[in-house]
Structures are given as C-alpha cells and as structure tokens.
Write a protein of this length. Structure first.
Length: 196
C-alpha cells in the first residue's frame, strides 16, 4: 500500500530532499507495477466500432499474436505481435517507433527492432498501390533482424485480418504480457534514460 503521509513542499528538483525522493520512488514503483494494466487498456481502445479493414485493430492484434503463438514463436515475439500496433491511436504515422520505445526496457533488441520497423516492412504489401515504394524495406537489408521482420510481417501481420480466424482472447495473452513486462523493467539507469 502506498504511504501517502509524505506531503511534498518542494517546487523544483533543487529543493527536493532525500525523503522527497524516497516518496517519489515509492510512488514510481507502484505506478510502474500497473504498466501492464495500462497496456491492456490501450489495447482495448483499439476495439473501434467501424473500420475499413475486415476486422478492427484490436482483433488484428489478437489475431497476429494468435498466429505467432500457433507458429511456435517465443513469448516475446507473441507479445510483440500483440502490441505492435498499440501506438496507432496516439501516433498513427510512426506507431511502430512509439511501441518500440515503450518496450525497450523489457524486450530484446531483436523484438524491439521488429516492432519499430514493422510499418516499413508491412508496406511491401501495399505501398505500390498507394504510389510508394514497396521495396522500402531494402534499406534495412544489412540489419541482422531484416529476415526476422520479413517473417513477422508475412506470417503474423499482413495476413491477420481474417474475420473467421479463431483468435485467442486477450485474457489468454495476459500472463505472457505480465511475464515479458516484468523481465528487465527498469534495468536502464535513471540517468541513462534521462540522457536520451
């Protein structure tokens, strides 16, 4: 239970005492422990009433994660498939970057890279119909994760719009989500995070 007895009196970091920072860190620890609950809320916010796609983004994410799970992907990639489009509402033109920043302290560089770049790799399937370059992903050909991103998009993302696919419910993925987001959360030093 959060101790709310400490009342801050400082108005700048220069004035804060050790007791103030201890209270801040207690609060941060409890707030951060609720991260997965906020991720679940964000995922559910993708469950819109109408979409020009065969299914909405919420069901697309569930289907992508179900496809990854059925394919035997490791838990981290299953969760990457589940949350790859989570930034769509707040940052539609760079939602992969937003989601990648969110997972950075918790996932491997490989999973983070796939999430960050999936938009470019997904464009292979439609950019040429919109006046763009379907081969834009080729600029990442030298990345050690290039083939992983190609596989992810081909097998879990571009084909996850089937309204008849038997997707698992969000509750099925929740334990995985909690495990992935508890692995190494907070492993970055505070000054490292602030410096970036």
């Amino acid at each position: 239970m959060l101790d709310k007895s400490h009342k801050p009196t400082w108005t700048s970091f220069e004035e804060a005492t050790q007791a103030d920072w201890d209270a801040v860190m207690d609060y941060e620890e409890q707030f951060n422990a609720e991260l997965v609950d906020r991720i679940i809320t964000m995922l559910k916010s993708l469950d819109e009433d109408w979409t020009p796609y065969p299914i909405n983004r919420y069901h697309h994410c569930l289907q992508a994660a179900t496809r990854a799970h059925a394919d035997g992907a490791d838990e981290e990639i299953v969760i990457a498939a589940l949350i790859h489009d989570i930034g769509d509402i707040l940052s539609p033109y760079n939602h992969g970057e937003l989601a990648a920043a969110m997972v950075r302290p918790y996932m491997s560089e490989r999973a983070r890279w796939i999430i960050e770049h999936h938009c470019v790799f997904q464009g292979y399937y439609y950019n040429h119909m919109l006046g763009g370059d379907r081969n834009a992903r080729e600029k990442y050909k030298d990345s050690p994760y290039y083939e992983d991103a190609v596989y992810f998009c081909h097998n879990y993302d571009q084909n996850a719009f089937d309204p008849n696919y038997p997707s698992k419910p969000l509750e099925f993925f929740e334990p995985m989500l909690r495990r992935v987001f508890s692995k190494s959360g907070g492993h970055m030093e505070l000054n490292e995070t602030a410096a970036e």
